[in-house]
Ligand binder design. Structure first.
Ligand SMILES: O=C(O)C1=C[C@@H](OP(=O)(O)O)[C@@H](O)[C@H](O)C1
Ligand SMILES: C=C(OP(=O)(O)O)C(=O)O
Length: 411
C-alpha cells in the first residue's frame, strides 16, 4: 500500500539561481551493469567486473543471481525482468518472475512469444502478456530463427541476444517494423563483443552462432542518463559550472546524445581527462527532437525547455507510456504546475510550450518514477521546489540528492 499523499516523505529544495563551480562524481550505468552481470552469469570461468552500479536495479540483479531464489522478484527493474526471464529459460531453471504492481502492467508478451518459439516453456500466472510468469526452462531448441517487432521495447531483443550464444543452435533475430532504443541494442552487442562473442548485424537481421563468452575484465562507464540532470541544471541556472566525472566522449550509451541537445539549450561541454566540464553558453535553440533512440532523457529535456523558454516538438516518445509510469501523463501534470504545457498537437507529436509565469513554490509528484524526481530538480534554479518521495531516485541513482548537496550558492 502506498502512503497517502499528505504523509509522504518530501524533500524541500530552496531556490538556487546560481552556484559555484563544482565536481559531481556520477554513478555507474545500470544498463551496462545489468548486461555485464547477465553475461557474467553465462560465462564459464571468472570475469572481473569493475564499477558496477549502486542502482537498486543492479543491486537486485546481483542479489537474485547470487541467491538464486525460486521467485525472481525484480521490483521495478525492467531490464532485470526481461534479461532474467531469458536467462532462466536458457539455463533451464524453474522460476517465477514477478515485480511491483507497475512491473505487472509492463508488457512482456513479445519476449515470451519469442522464447516459446525457441523452445522455452513459460506460463502467465495472471494476465496474458504481462508478469507474473512461470518459466520452466528450455529442454530442446525448436527454432533458431525468430521474428520480433522492435517498436515496443529493445529490452526483449537485448535479452534474446545475450542468451543466443548459449543456445545449442544459436539464433537469428529478424527485427520487424520500426526499431526503438536502437542504441541499447548496440550497447548489448558491444558488451557481448567485449566478452569475446561474435555478433553479426546485417540489415534487419542479427545473427549469433553458438559460442562461449570468454572471461575478461570489464569496467562499467559512468551513467549518461544520470548525467543529463546536471546538464539541465547548468542550462537552467543564471550562472554555474560543473565537472562531471568519469564520462567519455565515445560512450556505449545513447543518452550521451544529451551533449548535442544541451549544446542547443545553452550548455558547452568540454571533454577533459577524467570527465566533462559544463559551462554556460548562449542558447542556440531547436525546433524539434526525436527521442526514439534516447527515451530516458525526454523528461530531462522537456523540463529544461519549459524552464529556459524553448518551444520544442517532441517525437519518438511513445514508449514513455509503458515505463516506470506513464511518463507523458506525468510530465503533463507536473509541467502544468508552473504553467508549461506538453500538448499532443498531432498523433505522437508533442509540443512543449514553456512556462510563462513561475509560482513561488512548486510541489512535484513523482509517480514512483526516479526520472520524474531527478528531471524536475533543476526547477530549483527558478523557485522553491518540494519533491515528493525523494527516495524514488534509488532505482538508478541513490546518491543523487547527496551529490546535489555538493553545490554551494554563488552570491
Ligand atoms: O536496455 C536497457 O538498458 C534500457 C533500454 C530502454 O528501454 P526500452 O528498450 O524499453 O525503450 C531504456 O528506456 C531503459 O531505461 C534501459
Ligand atoms: C525505463 C527505465 O528502466 P527499466 O525499463 O529498466 O525499468 C529507466 O531507467 O528509465
Amino acid at each position: 500500500m502506498k502512503e497517502p499523499i499528505d504523509t509522504l516523505k518530501t524533500l524541500v529544495l530552496n531556490q538556487l539561481p546560481s552556484f559555484q563551480p563544482c565536481i559531481i562524481p556520477l554513478p555507474s550505468s545500470k544498463s551496462e551493469s545489468n548486461r555485464a552481470l547477465v553475461i557474467d552469469a553465462l560465462t564459464e570461468g571468472e570475469n572481473h567486473l569493475l564499477n558496477l552500479a549502486e542502482a537498486r536495479d543492479t543491486q537486485t540483479m546481483i542479489r537474485l543471481l547470487k541467491e538464486n531464489p525460486p521467485v525472481y522478484d525484480v521490483l521495478d527493474a525492467g531490464t532485470t525482468m526481461r534479461f532474467l526471464t531469458a536467462y532462466a529459460a536458457v539455463t533451464n531453471q524453474n522460476k517465477v518472475m514477478t515485480g511491483t504492481a507497475r512491473m505487472c502492467e509492463r508488457p512482456i508478451g513479445i519476449l515470451v512469444d519469442a522464447l516459446r518459439e525457441i523452445g522455452a516453456e513459460i506460463h502467465y500466472l495472471n494476465r496474458e502478456g504481462f508478469p507474473p510468469l512461470a518459466v520452466h526452462g528450455l529442454q530442446e531448441q525448436k527454432s533458431d530463427q525468430v521474428k520480433i517487432r522492435g517498436d515496443v521495447s529493445s529490452q526483449y531483443i537485448s535479452a534474446l541476444l545475450m542468451i543466443a550464444p548459449r543456445l545449442p543452435h544459436g539464433l537469428k533475430l529478424e527485427l520487424e517494423g520500426k526499431v526503438g532504443s536502437r542504441t541499447y541494442i548496440e550497447m548489448t552487442i558491444q558488451l557481448m563483443k567485449s566478452f569475446g562473442v561474435e555478433v553479426i548485424w546485417d540489415g534487419n537481421t542479427i545473427s549469433v552462432a553458438p559460442q562461449n563468452y570468454k572471461p575478461t575484465t570489464f569496467s562499467v562507464e559512468s551513467d549518461w542518463s544520470g548525467a543529463s540532470y546536471w546538464f539541465s541544471l547548468v542550462a537552467c541556472a543564471d550562472e554555474g559550472e560543473l565537472f562531471l566525472e568519469g564520462l567519455k566522449e565515445n560512450s556505449l550509451q545513447g543518452d550521451s546524445k544529451i551533449v548535442e541537445i544541451m549544446d542547443r539549450l545553452g550548455v558547452k561541454s568540454e571533454f577533459k581527462a577524467g570527465g566533462v566540464r559544463l559551462t554556460k553558453q548562449a542558447i542556440k535553440g531547436f525546433e524539434a527532437f526525436d527521442f526514439t533512440h534516447c527515451p530516458d532523457i525526454a523528461q530531462t529535456v522537456a523540463v529544461t525547455c519549459a524552464i529556459v523558454g524553448q518551444k520544442t516538438e517532441f517525437t519518438g516518445i511513445e514508449s514513455l507510456r509503458i515505463k516506470e509510469t506513464d511518463r507523458i501523463f506525468a510530465l503533463q501534470q507536473e509541467l502544468a504546475k508552473f504553467n508549461a504545457d506538453f500538448v499532443e498537437t498531432e498523433k505522437d507529436v508533442f509540443t512543449l510550450i514553456p512556462s510563462v509565469n513561475m509560482p513561488n513554490q512548486v510541489r512535484i509528484h513523482t509517480y514512483d518514477d526516479h526520472r520524474m524526481a531527478m528531471a524536475f530538480m533543476p526547477l530549483m534554479t527558478k523557485t522553491r521546489v518540494i519533491i515528493e518521495d525523494p527516495e524514488v531516485v534509488n532505482k538508478s541513482y541513490p546518491s543523487f540528492w547527496k551529490h546535489l548537496e555538493l553545490l554551494s550558492p554563488k552570491i
